[in-house]
Write a protein that binds this ligand. Structure first.
Ligand code: F6R
Length: 240
């Protein structure tokens, strides 16, 4: 795994450039996207690059990592809403080519078809990930099988607490989600992970210095041939 250390501004710019290069090289690229605070500046950079005419997303296909069970796509904490608000509404993407797991209705059916759907587009060319303070990637919490495909997951208590900052009350945070599995993520051709802030320091230390173990979901990445971990000083602070 390659490691890049910089400010959030610097690493977000570098990751955005990876996405821009990818789409310039292959206009119908399949991009794997994440929600949460970590990729926000990356998405802001992509919006700017699109507005200035440097890159077009009109032929791009996207797949998001996860969605809360119980939230409609119109709910302001759903991940579909997040993607529309922070990226899709501001770029020239064809929304029918954007895929976000469903949180209501036939969500199970859709989840069961998700990996095949990704494969039918040729697989994910470039995947962005955040990381949870407990080492989760997507909503794969400690104990998730490295062989997992898209599935229903229970959120760990620490994830519910972390994510409650975005809800009015912790009781409103969904306790279940649909998520791409660890094997689904490993199928991506290239992966970038972004982590900033002190509360990610332990997870980054375990990822970069620990062993591969299902108790540390992010450690599945150790065996991937093309992963870059982008961190700020705080997230990197326990490594050296
Ligand atoms: C979101 C996702 C999660 C987040 C992680 C970090 O799609 O897959 O694994 O990346 O919970 O969240 P933030 O970036 O809000 O700290």
């Amino acid at each position: 795994m390659k490691v890049v250390v910089g400010t959030n501004e610097e690493i977000s710019k570098q990751i955005a450039e990876e996405f821009i290069k990818q789409v310039q090289k292959k206009p119908n690229s399949v991009l794997g996207l994440a929600t949460g605070t970590s990729p926000l500046q990356v998405y802001a950079n992509l919006v700017e690059a699109n507005k200035s005419g440097r890159v077009s997303f009109k032929d791009v296909v996207t797949f998001n990592l996860d969605e809360y069970i119980g939230l409609e796509g119109t709910h302001n904490q759903s991940y579909r809403y997040f993607m529309n608000e922070n990226l899709f509404n501001h770029i020239d993407i064809d929304k029918s080519k954007t895929h976000v797991l469903k949180g209501v209705g036939d969500y199970l059916d859709y989840a069961n078809k998700y990996d095949d759907l990704i494969a039918s587009f040729g697989g994910i060319d470039l995947q962005i990930l955040g990381i949870g303070s407990d080492g989760h990637i997507a909503f794969n919490e400690p104990g998730t099988s490295f062989d997992s495909l898209t599935h229903v997951a229970d959120l760990a208590e620490s994830t519910i607490v972390d994510n409650s900052r975005l809800f009015n009350d912790i009781s409103e945070v969904p306790t279940k989600a649909v998520t791409m599995g660890l094997k689904s993520i490993m199928n991506a051709k290239k992966i970038v992970l972004i982590a900033t802030g002190k509360n990610k320091a332990k997870a980054i230390k375990e990822l970069l210095t620990g062993d591969k173990s299902e108790e540390n979901p992010a450690s599945v990445l150790i065996d991937h041939p093309d992963v870059t971990i982008y961190v700020d000083k705080d997230a990197y602070s326990l490594v050296k």
